[in-house]
Design a binder for this molecule. Sequence first.
Ligand SMILES: [Zn+2]
Ligand SMILES: [Zn+2]
Length: 188
Amino acid sequence: CPRCMQCDTKFDFITRKHHCRRCGKCFCDRCCSQKVPLPRMCFVDPVRQCAECALVSQREAEFYDKQLKVLVSGATFLVTFGKSETPETMVCRLSNNQRFLVLDGDGHYEIEITRISTMRILTEGLPPGGGSARASGMLLQYGVPGSEGVSQLTLTAGEDANASKRPAAAWLAAMHKAAKLLYESRDQ
Ligand SMILES: [Zn+2]
Ligand SMILES: [Zn+2]
């Protein structure tokens, strides 16, 4: 492209062309000067972005940070492994390096995030006329190293422990959003 897509300045030897690392369009230096982290694309250092993308990325980074704190601090759930009938009370959290889902109760389990193949949010009280239902649990399917097939577990926000239900719902919401970003970045 011969001109800045924002201000229409013509590119030459002095006015150099830059690409926004997010949308890939061409801009002059002035219109593409902000360097903002782009966590979902695995750039570790802030990268050059146009004004429009910088704003979106900035919000995304803030949002991501906030969700991450919720996920790492964890919440209490009733956890059902596979087809077991008896749920266990466990604390679920994201490991500090963000690579594992950690479950702590009588036992200790770690599930590698990249091995999770399905993540479905379970809702309760789905309004018949539409609207947003509240997340009450999550179903995960994942591969276990050294074994074939897929394992499954269900997290449910405790029924009778209302005090711990709110952090559980917040944790589920954060996990859902984080998964969305994860899958989006996988598709690119
Ligand atoms: Zn852009
Ligand atoms: Zn420009």
